[in-house]
Ligand binder design. Structure first.
Ligand SMILES: NC(=O)CC[C@H](N)C(=O)O
Length: 358
């Protein structure tokens, strides 16, 4: 195992060992406090451009599931066709694994996908630094190649364009009861599975595709990586779709941010984001709290919602926006992940609410 150093933009250094693909990388260093779910998180396109730190110390002990593809074209156990995070940072990598569904170790998978993994890092200390300072850019450098230092930027980069599909993909064609246009900003497979389970036909379109000339019953806006302010083409198309006040619209995560922008609201960057399986959100107007799976670094500014809109969910830790709804039209969205994968499935009912509206 080669020695590596993680260097943060504020100069902090963390020393560890490489267990994945051996290549220096740079990206936004973020932390996730979930205890499980590394196959799903690594393949979640929303992590593009980021170095993913896991605070749960023991990682790799349940291996990696097979990369099999279902008849509908979706991977059975992953959230997309490849790893999107730039690297994974752990405290105690476990080469030995045991799980009924595992076919290889995390290290072997990372090597095949050419993604670095580093272990022996004090991820709790690293997380404290990120919580104090806010997320920062960082680099993983190999100690025996000190001059090979990668560069990267995160802010202002349109990552959605890198991960969105390039052409229209149809699921359940001619078979679903209703047709949903899915704007693919980097959609997780389980969102598509959750919709297909509810008997709809899906027309998955690239993030900047003008879908308004298509025939459809509802609009879904997906999750996706990076800064929502780089996705104006999507916002324009959503605005056009909103000319039909009866059209049901549902968005998740980046989808919440883009729907909010289409409604006139503003987005800001959170200090260190929400990435975990246990984010409590309250449904506004009720005493109901749901435990949700989350992965986001930006948030909708509640104070900038237009007069026709209201918050639908509020984060109980920091009071930030976790969803919006229109006061008259069938338009709503969630900042968290009702499709889970991984994480709690308590809010999957939101897909039922959307399909009921179609
Ligand atoms: N999972 C997502 O869709 C994330 C949305 C956006 N990229 C953010 O970080 O806030």
């Amino acid at each position: 195992m080669r020695n590596v150093t993680l260097i943060l933009d504020d100069g902090s250094r963390f020393h560890g060992k490489s267990f994945g693909y051996e290549k220096p990388v740079a990206g936004e260093v973020v932390f996730n406090t979930a205890m499980t779910g590394y196959p799903e998180s690594l393949t979640d396109p929303s992590y593009a451009g980021q170095l993913m730190t896991l605070t749960y110390p023991l990682v790799g002990n349940y291996g990696v599931p097979p990369f099999t593809i279902e008849a509908n074209g979706l991977p059975t156990f992953m959230e997309s066709e490849k790893i999107h995070a730039e690297a994974i940072i752990v405290s105690d990598y476990s080469e030995k694994y045991s799980h009924w569904n595992a076919v290889e170790s995390l290290g072997d998978w990372l090597k095949r996908e050419q993604i670095p993994g580093i272990t022996g890092i004090d991820t709790r200390e690293l997380t404290k630094v990120l919580r104090e300072h806010g997320v920062m850019m960082g680099k993983i450098v190999f100690d025996d190649e000190p001059d090979n230092v990668p560069e990267a930027t995160y802010a202002g980069v349109n990552y959605v364009d890198k991960v969105s599909c390039k052409e229209v993909i149809r699921y359940n064609e001619g078979e679903g009861k209703k047709k949903v246009v899915l704007v693919d900003c980097g959609v997780k497979s389980n969102i598509i599975r959750c919709l297909l389970k509810r008997d709809v036909e899906i027309i998955r379109v690239p993030w900047n595709y003008d879908f308004n000339s298509l025939e459809f019953d509802g609009l879904f806006i997906s999750n996706g990586p990076g800064d929502p302010d780089t996705c104006d083409a999507a916002v324009q198309n959503i605005r056009k779709a909103m000319q039909n006040e009866k059209l049901p619209i549902f968005g998740i995560c980046m989808g919440n941010q883009l729907l909010s922008k289409a409604g006139g609201a503003k987005i800001y960057k959170l200090k260190y984001g929400h990435r975990s399986h246990n984010q409590p959100v309250r449904m506004v107007g009720t005493e109901k709290c749901f435990i949700t799976s989350q992965n986001h670094g930006y948030a909708v500014d509640n104070n900038t919602l237009g007069a026709d809109w209201e918050p639908l969910f509020i984060n109980m830790n920091d009071g930030s926006n976790e969803g919006i709804r229109h006061k008259k039209n069938p338009w709503f969205s969630a900042q968290f992940h009702p499709e889970a994968a991984s994480g709690p499935t308590d809010t999957e009912f939101l897909f039922d609410e959307f399909v009921k509206l179609l």
